[in-house]
Design a protein around this ligand. Structure first.
Ligand code: GLN
Ligand code: ZN
Length: 534
């Protein structure tokens, strides 16, 4: 860093460099950051307000400080009056720049475009445009005195006050449930070795059982039907009939190619988080609040503004329909609490762990209802568990503790004979393998095809006790893998996983694929599994 910044400043002598840091505390990098020959330093005071005191103390007097005081990662209004209480004494001492904590890449653009949002919820929010206005208000208050922006400050205070006491946020039943929680709620009746024979006796699956991760191709027709229905051009009855036909066709095809554990295909779901959020209370949805997920992919995350509860069953009817048309086991498919949390904008007025736990209770109710309806295999996807890891390793364990506990709360309401699956999309497990084990799922499916099963070493070294479905082909590509290729992967996997514990499945859901390659790949996958069977 020292060499780089020295080179930059000496090569272009008139250049004024602002070094921007964010997403947390500078910590052990603080001394370096403060010693670099830059004109200014930006620090994140939303995630790490505590670092201000030592920065002020150590910063050279001519270092221009940029204070990230408005949350660039979330969508809630800032408390302007409280910020001014802190900033006024500082502004008397030195020149300051006021800024969002980080780039506004992560916030949607303009709240004003959300004409359908609940008026109360809307009054608690600030998107990028509104955040810039907040900064402007703060700057004016510091330069001209609070009186200059008195009406805006009063409005801000009133909105925050209304938010705190709103009945829309506070759901006594959901709060009581969290307060009541006890360790037994996060504990299956028996440990895995005792559950396993009961599940085997009930499910009677062959060795190397085959399954998929949930979704089947979301074709242009499926997306068109959804859009037509949303626009009102397709009646609910017609849309439902279309989805049933699509589901039935997919189930018949899975039977034809001889998959062992079937899925219904998730055609009714717009998105694995939104679909659940729309049926839970405490969630709001926007029309235009798109943010970048990765590359050119954009998502519209739900907003969790209040206590979360589940007014009624969310997936049971679809599962019942799907199971009614086949005699093979039909997996119940749910998104887990940690993933719902990590892919939403989350309320900032209580710890994330508490919100996660409320979602966990809602999912638990769904799991129990599925079991009551007769479902013997329930998959709870935690695609985003790893994404929520804090930047600094020292903060990992507390996160993993509450994340794993939430998953376990959602999964532990069922009988021993009911098999709980989970699925994760990534292939870096070595550093969190103990937490994965602590989730205590009966089966985990993971991405492995691209890493050629290397990560299974982590599972072997840890002595992962339960069953594993290491993905045998990469669903990110339309390429159809050959039978031999998948047999090779299964052989490699069987070195560390016993045949009875090894599932055969793709890396992830198939919704972004087209039918022809999906069919060809799954037919080969099943041939590979059959080849492996004694
Ligand atoms: N069940 C989901 C699907 O198949 C899982 C998706 C994911 O892991 N991202 O689409
Ligand atoms: Zn996945």
């Amino acid at each position: 860093f020292k060499t780089a910044y020295k080179t930059l400043t000496t090569t272009v002598p008139d250049l004024k460099l602002m070094l921007a840091t964010y997403f947390g505390v500078l910590g052990d990098n603080q001394d370096i950051a403060l010693s670099l020959p830059v004109h200014g330093l930006h620090v994140d005071l939303v995630r790490a307000p505590e670092q201000l005191a030592s920065i002020l103390e150590k910063a050279r007097p001519d270092l221009l400080l940029s204070l990230g005081v408005v949350d660039g990662r979330n969508i809630w209004k800032a408390d302007l009056n409280a910020l001014l209480d802190h900033l006024e004494p500082l502004a008397r001492q030195r020149d300051l720049i006021l800024a969002p904590s980080c780039s506004l890449l992560h916030t949607p653009i303009d709240l004003e475009r959300e004409t359908d949002l609940d008026a109360d919820v809307k009054s608690w929010l600030a998107f990028a445009v509104q955040k810039i206005e907040e900064l402007h208000t703060l700057a004016r208050a510091l330069n001209e005195g609070r009186d200059a922006v008195q009406a805006t400050l009063a409005e801000n205070a009133a909105a925050l006050r209304a938010r705190r006491s709103s009945t829309k946020i506070n759901d006594p039943a959901a709060q009581a449930r969290s307060a009541d929680r006890n360790p037994a709620l996060a504990q299956r009746h028996s440990p895995f070795p005792a559950r396993r024979p009961l599940q085997q006796a009930k499910l009677k699956l062959p060795l190397y059982p085959t399954t998929t991760i949930g979704s089947f191709p979301q074709t242009p027709e499926v997306r068109k039907a959804r859009a037509d229905h949303a626009r009102g051009d397709l009646s609910s009855d017609a849309y439902e009939a279309f989805l049933r036909e699509e589901t039935a066709r997919t189930i018949r095809w899975q039977e034809e190619i001889d998959l062992d554990v079937l899925v219904h295909g998730e055609f009714e779901r717009n998105d694995m988080v939104q679909y659940f959020g729309e049926q839970l209370s405490g969630f709001a949805f926007t029309k235009h609040a798109w943010v970048q997920s990765y590359g050119s992919r954009y998502v519209r995350p739900p907003i969790i503004f209040g206590d979360v509860s589940r007014p009624k069953a969310m997936t049971v009817e679809w599962w019942e329909y799907a199971q009614s048309i086949t005699s093979r086991p039909m997996k119940g498919m749910l998104t887990g609490p940690v993933t719902i949390l990590n892919w939403s904008f989350v309320r900032d007025d209580q710890p994330r762990s508490e919100t996660c736990q409320q979602i966990a209770f809602a999912i638990r109710d769904e799991v129990c209802d599925l079991e009551k309806a007769g479902c013997g295999i329930i998959q709870i996807d935690e695609a985003a568990l790893r994404e929520g890891l804090p930047l600094r390793r020292a903060d990992w364990q507390p996160y993993l503790d509450w994340a794993v506990e939430s998953f376990r709360i959602s999964a532990s309401g069922v009988q021993d004979a009911t098999q709980i699956h989970t699925h994760m999309c990534y292939s870096e497990f070595n550093d969190i393998i103990a937490a994965i084990g602590a989730m205590d799922a009966d089966v985990i499916s993971i991405e492995t095809a691209r890493s050629r099963m290397e990560l299974l070493d982590a599972f072997a070294a840890y002595r992962y006790p339960a069953e594993i479905g290491p993905g045998v082909y990469d669903i990110h590509s339309p390429r159809v893998p050959s039978v031999e290729e998948m047999v090779d992967l299964l052989r490699a996997a069987s070195k560390t996983i016993s045949p009875g514990a090894l599932w055969v499945n793709p890396d992830c859901g198939l919704k972004t694929r087209k039918w022809p390659e999906t069919k060809a790949a799954l037919i080969n996958m099943i041939a590979a599994a059959h080849y492996m069977r004694p």
